[in-house]
Design a protein around this ligand. Structure first.
Ligand SMILES: Nc1ncnc2c1ncn2[C@@H]1O[C@H](COP(=O)(O)OP(=O)(O)O)[C@@H](O)[C@H]1O
Ligand SMILES: [Mg+2]
Length: 534
């Protein structure tokens, strides 16, 4: 008897529904023969041995015949071990070991151990989303994957532990009532939990300029580079950046969770990424590790940082080719990975924070210690960070060593919670500015680019036209910017970055118009590269 089970294959960060059809010939032989058709990869082919043992060790006696397994549609690339369960259930169904005639309302995914227990597979969140889109109501999946699937509303997720348990569940469904209870996760409320951060800005003494710059960066989603001698607190400051970022919105959390789910790095107790990710890969990382890659492309650090923060400490220590691959995601918010087999895109919209010493010894420009480096050495060192990469970083600041007096000073520093309140207020202003016009509302005037371009959420994401619309300058501010451009030879790209940062500074001040002081501060954040890279 031909029997059909439904399952799903993950492709990039999306999943497709796959039908698993099983049939067998009536002739009993010495040993059963599996035929798999429909583009199965090596992992699917390997599954036959696990499936065979799992069925036997779950107490089912299957007479040996020729078994044909078809995975359809054939043109979708299938990989991974998640087809074990639907194949095993398909075989049981074909041999009449199930009461059910039709299980098309069930989606089955899971790897089988030889003893018939179920193991987690990657990408369960996109699979649950695909099930909902296709109107498949019930998801039967390994218990250790259940939470990530259960954040999706509109599907019932049944966590199961073994092949026999799945059979019992399906049999109970054939009698008209499923005996198991689906897992419920109130996903949206996970995000409301009080956020806890391990590091707080109140621990950082002095460093007012750096803290201010980080606040501006957090408020507008701007990339930031910190330069200073060893021990000045750059790493310490960066680790505190997550504590002042706006909380994740639910749609953002889903997007980021999908990526973590596909990469297999999701915390199975939570099921949903509830905080903006903070990724800080070491400088020994490969370009595939950073950008993504592999035979079947997997997301890299830039995608794991999607909707969060990518921190690159000791920036010049990263190999140049690794740094260069950052340019595409910094520009487009996505990465494309091309392999012989396929080409895939992953989202990669993150805020970049980077830190570096000014020279090999670390003490160039330091007040208290002498620098041992020659000018060519310094030049060679900083030029590892290329002009185009530098250009994509909105804010550059110097982080000098803190003086002893300040370090020991009595007055307590401002804490993250207070800074974050201001960041959130500035974010609110940006949301109001970039909100899509609601249904029935007339489109705003001034050739608004809203309708045409994709939605944006922060000042850093403005395109040239949006900059023109939202960053108008009065004549004084215009003159100041013009003079700075001429005197410091700033590029057109730097010009746009200054305007965006000035917009954020005005938003932090709660001001509608960009004033001279906002432009002046924004220019300061672009002048450092002159002294090091000129
Ligand atoms: N402004 C500061 N306030 C308090 N402690 C500081 C400060 N700057 C540095 N420190 C101390 O020095 C240590 C080294 O700082 P770190 O962030 O690693 O420096 P860097 O990354 O610039 O080399 C920190 O862990 C912290 O204990
Ligand atoms: Mg450091």
């Amino acid at each position: 008897m031909l029997f059909k089970a439904r399952s799903a294959a993950v492709y990039g960060i999306d999943a497709h529904i796959i039908d698993v059809e099983v049939d067998f010939s009536g002739v009993v032989m010495d040993k059963e023969i599996f035929n798999t058709v429909g583009l199965p990869d090596a992992a699917v082919r390997e599954s036959r041995d696990r499936v065979r043992s799992a069925i036997k060790n779950s107490g089912f006696d299957i007479p040996p015949t020729r078994i044909t397994i078809n995975l359809a549609p054939a043109d979708i690339k299938k990989e991974g071990s998640g087809f074990d369960l639907p194949i095993a259930i398909g075989i049981l169904g074909a041999y009449g070991a199930l009461h059910n005639k039709d299980i098309s309302n069930f989606l089955l995914v899971g790897e089988l151990g030889l003893d018939g227990t179920l193991r987690a597979v990657q990408g369960m969140l996109p699979i649950a989303i695909a099930a909902r889109e296709k109107g498949i109501k019930n998801l039967v999946i390994p218990a250790s994957n259940a939470r990530e699937a259960a954040v999706v509303e509109g599907v019932d997720v049944y966590p199961v532990h073994s092949l026999s348990e799945v059979r019992e569940l399906l049999n109970s469904a054939s009698l008209g009532a499923i005996t198991a209870t689906p897992l419920r996760v109130e996903a949206a409320s996970l995000l409301d939990e009080l956020e806890h951060f391990p590091y707080d800005f109140k621990d950082v003494r002095g460093q007012q300029v750096a803290k201010r710059a980080l606040e501006v960066a957090a408020a507008g989603g701007h990339n930031i580079l910190m330069i200073g001698p060893p021990g000045s607190g750059k790493t310490m400051l960066a680790k505190r950046l997550p504590s002042i970022l706006a909380p994740l919105r639910f749609e953002e959390a889903l997007e980021t969770t999908k990526i973590h789910s596909v990469a297999g790095v999701l915390d199975s107790d939570r099921g949903l990424v509830t905080h903006r990710p903070f990724r800080s890969p070491h400088h020994t990382i490969s370009d595939a590790g950073l950008i993504g890659g592999g035979m079947i492309p997997r997301p890299g650090e830039v995608s794991l940082a999607h909707n969060g923060l990518l921190f690159l400490d000791e920036l010049p220590e990263f190999p140049r080719n690794v740094l260069e691959v950052l340019r595409q995601p910094l520009e487009d918010g996505t990465v494309t990975i091309s392999r012989a087999a396929m080409s895939l895109s992953f989202p990669a919209r993150f805020m970049l924070a980077a830190a570096m010493n000014p020279c090999p010894c670390g003490y160039f420009n330091d007040k208290s210690r002498e620098c041992m480096c020659t000018p060519p050495m310094i030049q060679r060192y900083v030029s590892k960070v290329s002009g185009p990469l530098l250009d994509r970083i909105d804010i550059h600041i110097e982080v000098p060593a803190v003086q002893y007096k300040e370090l020991r000073g009595g007055s307590a520093a401002e804490g993250s919670a207070e800074i974050r309140t201001r960041v959130l207020a500035a974010r609110e202003r940006q949301h109001a500015r970039f909100a899509l016009p609601r249904h029935g509302e007339p489109e705003r005037t001034k050739g608004s680019p809203r309708a045409a371009s994709k939605p944006i959420f922060s000042n850093s994401q403005m395109n040239t036209q949006q900059i023109r619309t939202h960053c108008e300058l009065n004549s004084d501010a215009e003159r100041l910017l013009e003079r700075a451009m001429q005197q410091q030879g700033l590029s057109a790209r730097a010009h746009d970055r200054i305007l965006k940062v000035a917009r954020t500074i005005a938003d932090l001040g709660g001001e509608q118009d960009i004033a001279v002081k906002h432009i002046a501060e924004a220019i300061q954040y672009r002048t450092l590269d002159r002294s090091y890279w000129a």
